[in-house]
Design a protein around this ligand. Structure first.
Ligand code: ADQ
Length: 490
């Protein structure tokens, strides 16, 4: 069996007792630990300029996973990570063009670091390796590897949304980026809608690309498979730890501190895409419209800071603290604080047990690729007395979780109504919704995500060798007939 090489911006080795940060790390690590393989990417360290040019990857083995990491110089970090990745692509891909900026030098840095990482990875590659690249930091990574002569199968999975063409076009090098993405053998998205946005861009763009029913896309002389591969979790493992950790002290403290009140819980990285301010305001609207809930319900928001050196992230933190203070000032009583805002990370197992205490999982991002918290919240519930998920229609998870109360996070009144409905929902309805969602979570668990993607990558890689030979012989304009014939091979 060929070796799996996972590539992502940040490599996050497991450290017992330390929480892994972010959905990508959790999804990738769980997937990699089962199959074994190599995880390559940035170590998280900033090194001197000279060292980052000459250094080769640092190798560390833990169990069946080999971690291969490289440092970035300050300039690389500022241009590639803080700049083009997180100040241009992240906001735009989350439909926040208003927060996005474009700087040519940052883009040049983004391309330079992709090329540098590709060069470093090449030194580790064996001919049979299969390469799986993750997320928006690495859109042009396959093109960089191909330019170095790498022939291995390379797949790409985008963890965040892919915007509709009109929004994507606000990023000046949009065409160069999409063209580079077409160097992958498989490009995967979280949802059908994201995949469709990519196809729309390619079909309407200057390259006049086309896609067939099998999801085989032809553009700029390349064939690739495009599809939605919604990321999952291991729901039964989460259910087990949520139950096991229920007796732990922080969980007991939370339960006892509620004094029989209902608990609404939200857990997110502190990010403007997560809709935290709107969420607080909708909770305020619930308290305004339903005074009988005063003193009987609290909202606990857990939100550890991320990317705290990016300016917009400092602003969101101030905003949120301001809103929590204002709402608490308005409604709090001597023995009741409506919003508890905890600016910290929790160990993962403990977090699952905290979810189990909550009557409502309140997950309302303005945009989100998938949102694993929504899935984890449901999996952590007690089947005898499950809580209710209130979920934004703009989280990828909404495509897969019809048992949630799905809301528009821009409609504060609708969110307040959904909270009230969730808090008062009869047991039979809660159980029916929970059972439906658990069945779906089991059916589309994390192994299914990984195995479907890698299965397609292996198939496409075999077929693309054939396709490349054919393409050499046919004129690209004849694709209509030829493309369908190739499609059937995938
Ligand atoms: P994220 O934006 O990080 O991930 P999400 O999917 O919700 O968002 O994953 C967050 C993960 O971090 C969850 O597993 C959660 O349990 C954990 N977490 C959050 N807050 C925590 C805390 N305070 N302490 C400990 N753990 C915490 C990106 C995309 C998402 C996509 C994932 C996976 O933005 O849309 O779902 O990748 O593909």
């Amino acid at each position: 069996m060929s070796r799996l090489i996972v590539v992502s911006n940040r490599v996050a080795p497991t450290q017992p007792g330390r929480p892994a940060a972010g959905g990508l790390a959790i999804g990738v690590l769980d997937a990699l630990q089962e199959t074994g393989g190599v995880w390559f990417g940035w170590s998280g360290e900033i090194t001197g300029e000279a060292a980052s040019q000459t250094r080769s990857p640092v190798i560390e083995r833990q169990g069946n996973v080999t971690y291969a990491t490289v440092g970035l110089s300050r300039r690389d970090y500022d241009q590639y990570y803080r700049g083009f990745s997180n100040a241009t692509l992240w906001p735009t891909f989350h439909y926040r063009n208003d927060l996005s900026r474009y700087d040519r030098q940052e883009y040049a840095g983004y391309l330079r670091v992709n090329a540098m990482l590709a060069k470093q990875l090449k030194t580790l590659l064996e001919p049979d390796d299969i390469i799986w690249v993750h997320d928006y930091h690495l859109l042009p990574f396959a093109r960089c590897l191909r330019e170095l002569g790498v022939k291995n199968p390379i797949g790409f999975f985008l963890h965040i949304p892919f915007p509709v063409p009109e929004v994507l076009r606000t990023v000046p090098p949009h065409e160069e980026l999409v063209r580079a993405m077409c160097s992958y053998d498989v490009v995967g998205f979280q949802t059908e809608a994201d995949c469709q946005s990519f196809v729309d861009y390619v079909e309407r763009g200057s390259c006049h690309g086309s896609v067939d029913e099998a999801g085989v896309l032809y553009a700029w002389g390349q064939f690739l498979k495009v599809a939605a591969y919604p990321i999952g979790i291991y729901p039964d493992a989460i259910a087990r730890v949520a139950q096991q950790f229920t007796a732990r002290k922080p969980v007991r403290s939370l339960r006892e501190g509620m004094h029989g009140r209902k608990l609404i819980m939200s857990v997110d990285r502190l990010d403007y895409s997560k809709g935290l301010v709107e969420r607080f305001q909708a909770f305020e609207r619930l308290l305004l419209g339903a005074p009988d809930w005063h003193g009987r319900v609290s909202l606990v928001q857990i939100a550890p800071p991320t990317r705290s050196d990016v300016q917009t992230y400092q602003r969101i933190r101030q905003n949120l603290e301001g809103e929590a203070g204002r709402i608490n000032g308005r409604f709090a009583q001597l023995d009741w604080t409506p919003i508890q805002y905890l600016n910290r990370k929790y160990e993962r197992n403990l977090l699952m047990a905290l979810f189990r205490q909550a009557h409502v999982g309140y997950v309302t991002p303005l945009r989100d690729g998938m949102n694993l918290v929504a899935k984890e919240y449901v999996a952590a519930q007690n089947p005898e007395d499950p809580g209710v998920l209130v979920l934004s229609q703009f989280a990828g998870a909404a495509e897969q979780m019809p048992g949630a109360l799905v809301v528009n996070p821009f409609d504060l009144s609708q969110m307040a109504e959904a909270l009230e409905r969730a808090l008062s929902m009869p047991l039979a309805e809660r159980q029916a919704r929970y059972t439906d969602m658990m069945a779906r979570l089991r059916e589309n668990n994390l192994s299914v995500w990984r195995d479907t993607f890698l299965g397609d990558l292996r198939r496409v890689a075999r077929a693309s060798a054939v396709a490349r030979n054919v393409v050499r012989r046919v004129d690209a304009t004849a694709y209509g007939r030829q493309g369908s014939a190739l499609g059937s091979r995938y």
